[in-house]
Design a protein around this ligand. Sequence first.
Ligand code: FEO
Length: 162
Amino acid sequence: MIGKKLQDAINNQIQAEMSSAHLYLAMSVESEEKNLKGFAHWLKLQYQEENGHAFKLIDYLLERGGSVKLQAIEAPASGFGTPVELFEKVLAHEIHISKLINKLYEVALEEKDYAAQIFLQWFITEQVEEEANASAVLERLKFVGDKGGSLLYIDKELGKRD
Ligand code: FEO
């Protein structure tokens, strides 16, 4: 059975993951509206990944005999700017999520919940990948530029994500 404090912290993280999904869906839709179909595809897969993260936490909480309390999800921002600005926001968001995961891990440490510590290590590793993926796209956009032919090239590349 999981402790109340850790249960509440995991419920908060479920909310954060679902909010992330909502944010990436908004970014995907905005990219689609700008006819940047590769960006839209990349962000839609990111939306699905975030839902996967939320479900992983939900399943874990249920497995540990905890209670899942879904929380409200606020409307995401809009007007994400140029492709460079968009990916600056993606990277900043992932850095924010990494901090939340680290705080969640700290709760598992304080509560001496060793099973949860092992479970949460997956998320710590995942966040390294999440930040690296966003950073790689941002660096490419900055390197080749986010206009004209360069933008079309990167849009095509992002469309290959599977
Ligand atoms: Fe679920 Fe992108 O962190």
